[in-house]
Design a protein around this ligand. Structure first.
Ligand SMILES: Nc1ncnc2c1ncn2[C@@H]1O[C@H](COP(=O)(O)OP(=O)(O)OP(=O)(O)O)[C@@H](O)[C@H]1O
Length: 392
């Protein structure tokens, strides 16, 4: 894409303390792609997960806070944990830290920028953006819409750090409405108030998702215009949203759609009370992905085609993040390379080079990264330890 900015944000040092399988670990990375090598269960994904906590949210496994603290041999968890990354970026060097303080009074996650308290990891977005692809995503196109919604919200979050707060507020408002509906003695005015807030949040969430999907689709179209052809190893995708509110927003002004949705909620109270949940709204939206060259829904492609499509989508997303933020994101590719044939591997490495951001990849077999020859920074990961990979 011609408009790609050249700024990058690289993690030059990553430090973990009592995080997952690590008591203390440090990685110093240079300019090349980082390759983490080790057998299954060695702790490679744990390292990527630590980096993913530099992005807003709960990281690439969507783990709860108590899962991060390292458990000792007796299963006793450390009282705190920390991830700290020195990032070399547009504003020079900055240290981003996140974790739970040991023996801290409240067991809440705190974030710091150069030692100063930051609101949350969302504040890191000015310094670094992180995009990831993990084996968990393999079933994305065949799985339930909730998984694609989560994937979609991550896409949005990478370009709009406030999106997470918006989605959480929407979920809270939905829970509040469902609770009020359950109680037959609820004063309808309470419901009016909750539904008003719910409608405003729903429209904000839907609009943010639509904007990201529109930009993503435009970026994919531009990539095709600039020479991406239908025989590319990572096929271009069609992306669209399927939902009532989105359909209305495509036609009508947001204020009108908000009113309509609020009235629809009011009219649907008996139905939703009987169902025990709210049966209409962007909390049920689906992300429809298609295999562009084949003109079929993504889920109808072969396993390999779905994987290739997902990689193509991740690359398109990383380009979008670069275009919108001016900084190429750090890309985390967990167990992606080993499954590709040599031609696709080479194509992936070339696409990552073109993106220009820092890449962290994992694999069990060093030969899968041979095409990177001397450029990659390789580390051997064993249970609880990371060191430079030396065996050749
Ligand atoms: N809180 C924790 N404390 C201690 N160990 C943990 C904790 N959470 C996970 N582990 C351990 O980390 C290991 C898993 O690490 P990880 O998922 O990073 O492996 P991996 O190298 O990516 O493996 P694979 O190649 O199979 O994907 C497991 O042995 C698991 O028991």
């Amino acid at each position: 894409m011609s408009s790609l900015a050249t700024a990058t944000a690289r993690i030059v040092r990553l430090r973990l303390s009592d995080f997952r399988s690590y008591h203390q670990a440090e990685i110093r990375a240079g300019k090349g792609p980082v390759v983490l090598l080790g057998p299954n269960g060695a702790g490679k994904t744990n390292l990527l997960e630590a980096i993913s906590l530099l992005a807003p949210g709960r990281g690439l496994r969507r783990a709860s806070l108590d899962q991060f603290a390292a458990r000792g041999p007796q299963g006793v968890a450390a009282s705190g944990w920390a991830v700290a990354a020195m990032v070399e970026g547009a504003y020079g060097e900055v240290t981003l830290g996140t974790g739970v303080e040991a023996d801290g009074e409240a067991r809440t996650r705190r974030s710091r920028i150069d030692g100063e308290p930051a609101g949350s990891a969302a504040a890191f977005a000015a310094h670094v953006r992180v995009v990831w692809l993990t084996p968990d995503m393999d079933g994305l196109f065949l799985g339930p819409p909730s998984e694609r919604r989560r994937f979609l919200d991550r896409l949005v979050l990478a370009v709009d750090a406030e999106h997470g707060a918006r989605v959480n507020a929407l979920e809270r408002a939905l829970r509040a409405r469902n609770r009020l509906l359950e109680d037959l003695s609820t004063d309808p005015r309470y419901l009016d108030a909750v539904e008003q807030e719910l409608a405003a949040l729903a429209i904000a969430v839907a609009a943010a998702r639509m904007e990201t999907v529109r930009r993503l689709a435009a970026g994919i179209a531009q990539g095709r215009d600039e020479g991406g052809d239908d025989t590319s190893p990572f096929p271009w995708a069609t992306v669209a949203l399927e939902g009532e509110v989105e359909r209305a927003l495509a036609r009508e002004p947001a204020t009108l759609v908000e009113d309509q949705y609020r009235l629809a909620l009011r009219a649907a109270r008996p139905r939703d009370r009987a169902a025990g949940r709210t049966l209409e709204g962007p909390h049920l939206t689906d992300l429809l992905v298609g295999h562009g060259p084949k003109s079929i829904p993504a889920g109808q492609g072969s396993t390999g085609e779905q994987k290739a499509l997902l990689i193509g989508l991740a690359l398109a997303h990383a380009r979008l993040v670069t275009e919108m933020t001016g900084i190429a994101p750090v890309m985390l590719l967990d167990d992606v390379v080993a499954y590709l044939d040599p031609e696709r591997r080479a194509a992936l490495f070339a696409a990552l080079d073109a993106l220009g951001g820092q890449v962290w990849m994992t694999g069990a077999d060093p030969s899968a990264f041979a095409a990177l020859s001397g450029r990659a920074e390789r580390f051997a990961v064993t249970s609880g330890h990371v060191e430079r990979f030396t065996a050749d």
